[in-house]
Design a protein. Sequence first.
Length: 129
Amino acid sequence: MIRNTDTITGVHLKIRSPVQSRLNLIGTMNDASLQLSAAIQSNQQLQVALQNEKLAAAQKQRELETHLRDSQDCLMQKVREVAAAREVQTGLRSEIEALKIFIESEEEKYARQSIDQSIGRSSVSQSVT
């Protein structure tokens, strides 16, 4: 009977070692499975966060494009206003130049009349004497 017991113990030891190895492998695989599940969940969360960032960036881009168009429209309006003001300024310069010429001619005319009147008075004075 002791020999049977020794044989059973020997067989038990032979079976126990591979079984323990497989149990250890199963435990390692369970740990890896849990880590993989956690990594998948983290990846899904990151994908959701990335999608939200993409949506926010697209919205911001639309807002910036709208602001750019508004700024360009405003700039073009200011350019038109400046062009119109320059046209008015050019017209005013021409008008001012024409008025200067007119005033100079009037001043010359007035000066001639003054000279003619002075000459006329002096000739009247000389004739009387």
